[in-house]
Design a protein around this ligand. Sequence first.
Ligand SMILES: C[S@@+](CC[C@H](N)C(=O)[O-])C[C@H]1O[C@@H](n2cnc3c(N)ncnc32)[C@H](O)[C@@H]1O
Length: 368
Amino acid sequence: MTLALEMLLPHIEGFCLHCRAGFENELQAEFDYRTRTTSLQGNFSALVPGLLLWSGSCTAPLAERNLQLLNFLDHCWPQWIFARQCSAVFATLQDIDTSDRISALLNALPPYLKVSQLLCETADTNDGKSLSRLARALESRLFQGLQVRDHWQKTSPWRLHLIFISGQHILLGLIRLHSASPWPGGVPRLKMPARAPSRSTLKLDEALQVFLPPEEHSRLLKPGSSVVDLGAAPGGWTWQMVQRGLLVTAVDHGLMQAELMQSGMVEHLKADGFIYRPRQRVDWMLCDMVEQPYRIAQLVALWVQFNLAKAIIANLKLPMKKRWDEVQLCQDIIRQALRKHRPDARFYARQLYHDREEITIAILPPSG
Ligand SMILES: C[S@@+](CC[C@H](N)C(=O)[O-])C[C@H]1O[C@@H](n2cnc3c(N)ncnc32)[C@H](O)[C@@H]1O
């Protein structure tokens, strides 16, 4: 017997989106922008800093409504800039009996629901961090409960998200596996390498993990490939590439870490990153110069226009005000160049966990 979609999927109430605390307005502006051509209408509420709930009104029949909402999330996922994680919320548990949270959570699942992954999530704040200890403690018992009640199926395309707002207030969400981040809250756990010259190193490490699917690492990060790193000092980004065996031209008037220079894999040019151009096309251009974002966007567009690098990762430092407007301006500059000169390239922009008042953009050659 094939079950109808409305029996497999619970009633979806809305979306839960994670962002960096303090960027809720930017995420809301982005959401409005992405829904402007859809029939989705609803309201946002900030559950706690860094966690937004969108609740929508829609008169379509249940299955159709659910599909519309899920398709929207599928479509948006690789494009979100300010959302690090998302899921479709189908139940909200409040005032849970704290002596038996597991039963309350399992009882909220529709009988036919099958999932193949489970994520317990909290906001990316200090309160969220203390709550994550409780979330982690419940995770393995919940996993057993899902198996016992026959909700676990290895081949299911769905992942269950439990979003802890407090110890007694938990949202239950669903998402297709490929339509959200594999890490709780969209935050990869990266360890600061002891020998790296700066904490900035984690920004590039995260960017490579978020934007480059694991199967593409061996193709696009081949040892011996060439890199230009604009604004490289003291060398955190360069260090990441050197660790992977790539050869770097580091452009910066500042000093590079001595140990990194001893690797013999870095050439340091004391030059202006806006003026420097490679003699021939390089595999990667990296840019972490502290400058007006639109100037960096124009520089990236120029590298695209003259086809100076196969792939680009650049950081855009955002202004204090009108950040969404600035992001759109920068995106327009880069997208226009891509449409004209590299229409097959992939383009992503995201505020990564290790980004503060900034976003990271990536331009990659076509996959495969
Ligand atoms: C945020 S730091 C880069 C950190 C580096 N990515 C790391 O991981 O260690 C910004 C760097 O940009 C450099 N910079 C700013 N304007 C520049 C320009 N016009 N040309 C070259 N470097 C520039 C600064 O000297 C500074 O070292």
